[in-house]
Design a protein around this ligand. Sequence first.
Ligand code: GLN
Length: 542
Amino acid sequence: METKYIFVTGGVVSSLGKGIISSSLARLLLSRGYSVTIQKFDPYINIDPGTLNPYEHGECYVTDDGHEADLDLGHYERFTDIRTSRANNVTTGRIYQSVIDKERKGDYLGKTVQIIPHITDEIKRNVKLLGNTGKYDFVITEIGGTVGDIESTPFLEAVRQLKWELGKNALSVHLTYVPYLKAAKELKTKPTQHSVKQLQAIGIQPDILILRTEKEIPVSMRRKVAQFCNVAPDAVIECIDASSIYRVPMLMHEQRLDNLVIRLTDSESKGEPNHSAWNNFVHKLENAEKTVRIGLVGKYVELQDAYKSISESLVQAATYCDHRLDLVYIHSEKLTKENVEEKLAGLDGVIIAPGFGQRGIEGKFVALEWCRTHDMPTFGICLGMQCMVIEFARNVLGYSDANSTEMDPHTAHNVIDLMEEQKSVTNMGGTMRLGAYDCKLKKESVPYLAYGKEIITERHRHRFEFNNEFRERFENAGLECVGENPETGLVEVVQIPSLSWFVGTQYHPEYRSTVLNPNPLFMSFVKAAIANGDKTRKDDNL
Ligand code: GLN
């Protein structure tokens, strides 16, 4: 079948969940046997979000091929199990960079380089890149930002042209917001009408409208929206606030969004959908009775999107263990020797979060010392793993000045040090150790038992590493290096085997955890946390 292009835009306000809608639609089409990919076009000028502070746009997601990507790509992978790549996330910066590179090479010789057609052509070329591989029946393209933003205008112009060129093979899905005015006790569709008018003024007629709302939208109101916006009545779909993002695919299916897309794009049917694995997950999620309490120690806790992949990995693991997740965010800057017991004692397990820089790091050491001496199931990820090593060096090996050279470049005990290949790096963007690398696990270690195999692959994003000069001293004192890169010998996993579950990974297992394939190490950690909680409660009852 010819590749169909679906464009998802948003209006009225930002943060409506275009990523979740795109992912949900992809999930529904996959369940019907189509091959699908999702890509995101971000209107900001940064080349990629790698240099952005998490307070700006939340977590930076990393793909297998080492692209630092928008966090929506995390949703795409979690919902679809399809790996994304550099081609799935393009920014204005990337588009301009490529056009300017071409101009310097002389590709446009003699011509004035302009937004239309040069920038828009480059956007169109990128939109079609994945479709042109012939691998996909559907390419869903999410356009970041809100209709009417100055910076998204070239993207929308490209969508207008593509819709015109592709005819039935292109579809426009527009997501808007229907606010509920409490004082008037009324839902209001005027902002949606305005947003559609704005889209139409650009030359894009939406084919499907999805209305985000807190309250049910009556059929008569949906009909009114259809009439005002030149959209078929069954193409006005309500997206009511759901208890979990993982409910959204079924909410959309109940309103026949997938049928609509297939009908409007004239796609051949591939048979009846199979949602059983997905529904099994959602059923478990909604019916878990017991709770597992995990604490996440980090410095970006005011903005929970900063740890999106970790929190979703925990939700997935807890769900498959038939538990509800109670995730407690603990600000590492506020953690002290005086309050650590009060903050951590009631938890079943603790995660020490990834991060960069000095701020909040001492709180991570305080947490780790408490966890290590109280046999709390503890999972250190990236900087969290590095902190595990430093805390052990300070408090067990007795190197009071032990540190990472990221925090103290002159320490005599540089147990975490800059990787050799990083020493000559001066540019900040896209220059870390990024993407998927193999790791060889020590037999019978916690990660080996979790993954059930010796060689695994996980994704990375860091500049610093465990300093192998100290390896023997750590191992003799009880902190073992149980995973390493088979080619370079870089330490990827540490564990204290005398404790029930105390593991740190230099890699980020959260980037590869999906709804249908939860990450084995998160599963193992959550199981250990549940066992710890059960044991503590039993001891308390004695
Ligand atoms: N700042 C550390 C490094 O660069 C850890 C990075 C991270 O946690 N992602 O090595």
